[in-house]
Write a protein that binds this ligand. Structure first.
Ligand SMILES: Cc1cc2nc3c(=O)[nH]c(=O)nc-3n(C[C@H](O)[C@H](O)[C@H](O)COP(=O)(O)O)c2cc1C
Ligand code: SF4
Length: 365
């Protein structure tokens, strides 16, 4: 277990190993976006499970920007106390785990991309200058609350078709003014979000971004555009760029990418070189498909700085500890069935495939 155990500095934040919990919507907040006991327990399990960095599930920067009813929020000062309790779980004594809250806003023109995509009547083209300034500002205000609550960093959901990604992709941005069109116009909103955050938290507080490597759509942005975005974010001082991909029909797309990746497991590894060329000095994380320690070490050896895990940690929150600190090096048990993804549309996150409650019910019947 060579490189996986090595610490890494992301800006001024020291992460104890190379595994991060990629943002995973828990659908466990109360209906006001507040932190619940279920969230506290989930984060305590993750922190005790040995992962170096926890990135929270998508946390709404605006009340009307929520994509799930039980999504966490940071749009109001009233959220700070709950976020502080959650940060305390991440920082549970003796673990040295670090945490970031992922800031998120649903897209203006669609909802439910992960489940197939429902196009709304409103579109990005309907936003006025005031709306755009208010939205970018909301990311900054939410970031300030995250910092105030004692988190180590803030993260931005810049992928998967949500608001930031909606602005960047030509497939979802129909605007022909300064906020759309060519790459400079489409870059404007992501950079405005980064600018608003830096202004709110200062230049020394780490800001982590998750972006696509491709939209995997004929009329979408591809690797060249996303590598350029990575370069511009690096220039703006971000501390980590997490590489992901896709906008619509994520379930089918990921199954296809998984088949294509084969033993390498990491779907987005082929995009690493282009990102590195544009962001030579910024840590890069690969997220998507990683299940076995051999593939994880190979991805690090190929130049990734960190590795993101989502579904494997839903099923085994202590996976990092198992792989890094015990002799049990079996791959994650997660089968990538995506039942958990369908589940969070209306119920709290859990591994549906290996649900202990179902085992008990089966045994009773
Ligand atoms: C149940 C579920 C919820 C997710 N929620 C988020 C989220 O809130 N923010 C985000 O950036 N990605 C989210 N994702 C995507 C994951 O972070 C990750 O990019 C993807 O699942 C691929 O990684 P994996 O193969 O390790 O699961 C979610 C995925 C799942 C399965
Ligand atoms: S429900 Fe399926 S995809 Fe989700 S964590 Fe469990 S095994 Fe993995």
């Amino acid at each position: 277990m060579g490189m996986l155990k090595q610490p890494l500095a992301l800006g001024g934040m020291e992460v104890k190993n190379r595994l991060l919990r990629s943002a995973t919507m828990e659908s466990m907040a109360d209906l006001d976006g507040g932190v619940t006991d279920a969230l506290l327990e989930t984060y305590l399990d993750l922190a005790r499970g040995g992962v170096g960095l926890i990135i929270s599930g998508a946390c709404a920067v605006a009340e009307d920007g929520r994509a799930w009813p039980n999504q966490m929020g940071a749009w109001d000062d009233d959220h700070v106390a709950g976020l502080a309790r959650l940060a305390a779980m991440v920082h549970v004594h003796g673990q040295g785990c670090k945490g970031a809250v992922q800031l998120h806003h649903k897209p203006a023109g669609a909802t439910g991309y992960s489940y197939g995509g429902i196009v709304e009547e409103k579109s990005l083209a309907d936003l006025g200058e005031d709306d755009i300034a208010r939205l970018a500002g909301a990311y900054g205000q939410a970031a300030a609350r995250v910092k105030q609550a004692g988190w180590d960093a803030v993260a931005v959901h810049g992928g998967h078709g949500y608001l930031v990604s909606e602005f960047f992709s030509p497939a979802t941005n129909p605007r022909d003014d300064q906020w759309g069109g060519g790459i400079e116009g489409r870059l404007r909103f992501p950079l405005a979000v980064q600018g608003a955050i830096t202004e709110a938290v200062g230049p020394d507080f780490p800001v982590l971004w998750k972006i696509n490597t491709s939209d995997f759509l004929e009329d979408g942005a591809g690797l060249e555009d996303y590598a350029a975005l990575a370069g511009r974010l690096a220039g703006a001082g971000v501390s980590l760029i997490e590489m992901s991909g896709g906008i619509k029909d994520q379930i089918r797309l990921r199954a296809k990418l998984r088949r294509e990746a084969g033993e390498a497991e990491a779907y987005f590894l082929p995009a690493l070189e282009a990102f590195r060329a544009q962001a030579p000095d910024t840590p890069l994380a690969l997220t998507g498909g990683l299940r076995s320690p051999a593939a994880m070490e190979a991805a690090l050896a190929a130049g990734a700085d960190m590795l993101g895990l989502s579904r494997p940690l839903i099923s085994e929150p202590d996976l990092s500890h198992r792989l890094l600190a015990t002799q049990d090096k079996r791959p994650a048990r997660c089968t990538s069935c995506n039942k958990c993804l369908l589940h969070i549309a209306s119920q709290p996150l859990k591994c549906v495939e290996f649900d202990p409650l179902q085992e008990v019910i089966k045994a009773l019947n």
